[in-house]
Design a protein around this ligand. Structure first.
Ligand code: IMP
Ligand code: MG
Length: 186
């Protein structure tokens, strides 16, 4: 069936297909199920980008997980970072003594991750690990201390599967490039 997005000139090359997402999310879910068998995690999703990944990932985890969400802002409505991270919506649950698994959509500059790690560790969880759907190629995953990574991708801006530009394209069931708009001439 043709999709209204088929003719969208802003959507570029496919980066991660729906099938690749299905397969990888199932693998991550199995791994997390094994790793957390003794102490089911509290999943902390970072809104809004991680909502779709968190939804699928949680269904691939065969444990009685709990959920909470927080929202931080590091980007405006454009594709450029503001360099500022602030909490827009805080967690509802107490993290003390909990095994927290932070679920992110993408690690780009790493600014949001380092801010979140500091903030969550200050709340005395029993453990804190990070699961990110996407991580830019230029990072050593070890340096970022990332336990679970879906895919490594190059630095081009992507949309779909939760990721947006100006709140659009989050509902695409795959991840693809966004074609940059030509610079406005002054
Ligand atoms: P960081 O703080 O630079 O690592 O950026 C993290 C946040 O920026 C992510 O959680 C996304 O919400 C957003 N972001 C970074 N790169 C992209 C992209 O390619 N597409 C959509 N959002 C992105
Ligand atoms: Mg995000």
């Amino acid at each position: 069936m043709p999709s209204p997005y088929d003719s969208d000139p802003r959507l570029g090359e496919l980066v991660v297909s729906q099938h690749e997402l299905d397969v990888r999310v199932a693998e991550l879910g199995r791994q997390i199920t094994l790793d957390y068998a003794e102490h089911p995690p509290l999943l902390v999703g970072v809104l809004k980008g991680a909502f779709m990944f968190m939804s699928d990932l949680s269904r691939a985890i065969d444990l009685p997980v709990e959920f909470d969400f927080m929202a931080v802002a590091s980007y405006g409505s454009t594709t450029r970072t503001s360099g500022v991270v602030r909490i827009v919506k805080d967690l509802e649950l107490d993290l003390t003594g909990r095994h927290v698994l932070l679920v992110e959509d993408i690690i780009d500059s790493g600014l949001t991750l380092s801010y979140l790690r500091r903030t969550l560790l200050a709340r005395d969880p029993a453990s804190l690990a990070v699961c990110s759907l996407l991580v830019r190629d230029h990072y050593e995953v070890e340096d970022l201390d990332l336990a679970y990574v879906g895919f490594r991708i190059p630095s081009d801006f992507v949309v779909g599967y939760g990721l947006d530009v100006g709140e659009r394209y989050r509902n695409l069931p795959f991840v693809c490039h966004l074609i940059a708009e030509p610079e406005v001439r002054r």
